[in-house]
Design a protein around this ligand. Structure first.
Ligand code: COS
Length: 390
């Protein structure tokens, strides 16, 4: 479980400590089972409503538009994802998508767009989604081919987006499309209502940890100029700056998963008889737990450093957020795998919480910038800082 000593680090204030305690109490009462069966759309819609009713989604938008804090607070977002991730991966997913899908509006939206969407995101009445990836452009986001053509006071969108979480249940999609030919600065961002004629959910598919996901097809989908975010050509920066905010929180969700896996491993090791003692008596078990615990603390420090830098120093955190996301998701994969190993056969039994964690963690090393993208981002930023120093 969250090492509450971590909350004494100078990264946090009393508001964060209260948030953690209240959320943990709520989650213990309301998120009692991380293994969901049946209709995943229904579960997500129910979770968004529950998170909205309890007021947790208010951390996903600024106070002026129904939020709790004046601006998006990265440490709160991370604490929320860490705690929700500890209890229930789908609850974390539901919270995260409200934040990521509406993040570009909070950060770059006009008054009109902020008023139209953010209060409903905060209450859970509207479900948000973020549509950047395409069939042939994932890591190389600037290679997108979807077009937005200006026609008088509107834009006409044509193209396909895929790997879109919440496809089919979202009320609106933040969409990135090319308004100029083949230039990074030719990308523009828009908010598209789900019921806009010309937008269809062309595909739904399953992933190893089920959540709503699919592809969108835009065919002469016409949206008014007022649905544009920022200026034409700023879409790539809108996407990158939004990802800078939310990448550290992906690490935080992974950290919550890893803590759950460690707790399950410790419980198992303490109660499983083995070779005349308990599994926990074996030094190989202790070595595993020692490593798991250390990696959890290292992830904590990287995540909250990135979040603190953004909140307190108010600067671009491209490098530290990439480090936090990369390290925490990779470490969580190792930690969960070790927990599966310590569970023996039970660890691969479908429906066991540790088996669920094993499936839940995998996508986090890929989405919102795969580990390899983070390596490139970290290297570029590091080399930029070093050049000329020797
Ligand atoms: N914040 C603000 N601006 C940024 C930025 C950031 N974090 N990252 C890049 N930019 C700007 C650059 O400054 C540059 O602007 P100028 O032309 O004015 O200098 C512009 O954007 C292009 O940057 P760059 O040359 O680095 O673009 P690349 O195409 O090389 O970007 C990576 C490469 C891999 C970093 C980028 O494509 C990326 O992050 N990909 C992963 C996308 C992703 O997360 N996909 C998952 C979808 S969400 S589930």
């Amino acid at each position: 479980m969250f090492n509450t000593d971590s909350l004494l680090l100078p990264f946090f204030d009393d508001g964060h400590r209260c948030l953690h305690d209240d959320l943990h109490t709520w989650a213990r009462a309301h998120l009692t089972n991380r293994v969901h069966s049946g209709d995943v759309d229904h579960h997500c819609q129910r979770l968004v409503r529950a998170l909205g009713d309890a007021g947790w989604l208010r951390y996903a938008v600024p106070a002026e538009y129904g939020g709790v804090l004046p601006a998006l607070d990265s440490r709160s977002l991370c604490l929320l994802r860490q705690t929700l991730g500890y209890h229930d991966g789908l609850a974390d997913f539901s919270f995260a998508m409200q934040g990521l899908g509406s993040g570009p509006i909070s950060l770059f939206g006009s008054e009109l767009l902020k008023e139209k969407y953010l209060p409903h995101v905060a209450s859970g009445k509207m479900i948000a989604a973020f549509a950047l990836s395409e069939p042939d452009s994932g890591s190389d986001a600037a290679a997108m081919t979807m077009r937005a053509t200006r026609t008088g006071d509107s834009y006409r969108l044509n193209g396909v987006k895929t790997w879109i979480s919440n496809a089919g249940i979202a009320d609106f999609y933040t969409v990135f499309a090319r308004t100029e030919r083949d230039e990074v600065d030719g990308v523009t961002a828009f908010v598209v209502d789900a019921n806009t004629p010309g937008l269809s959910i062309s595909e739904r598919f399953d992933v190893c940890a089920p959540h709503p996901i699919g592809s969108l097809t835009f065919t002469d989908c016409e949206i008014p100029l007022t649905q544009r975010l920022a200026n034409p050509g700023q879409g790539f920066k809108v996407a990158m700056q939004t990802l800078d905010v939310f990448r550290a929180s992906v690490g935080a969700a992974a950290l919550g998963f890893a803590e759950a896996a460690l707790d399950l491993a410790i419980k198992r090791a303490a109660t499983r008889p083995m070779f005349g003692g308990m599994l926990a008596d074996l030094q190989l078990t202790q070595a595993a737990i020692g490593d798991m615990s250390t990696e959890i603390d290292a992830s904590t420090l990287l995540i909250y450093r990135a979040a603190w830098e953004r909140d307190v120093l108010g600067r671009r955190t491209t490098r530290s957020a990439a480090m936090a996301k990369m390290f925490a998701t990779e470490a969580a994969q190792r930690i969960i795998d070790r927990s599966v190993q310590l569970h023996g056969g039970l660890g691969v039994r479908v429906g066991h919480p540790v088996e669920m964690l094993y499936r839940e963690i995998r996508a986090l090393r890929i989405y919102e910038g795969a580990t390899e993208v983070q390596q490139v981002v970290i290297a570029r930023e590091t080399m930029k800082n070093i050049s000329g120093a020797v």
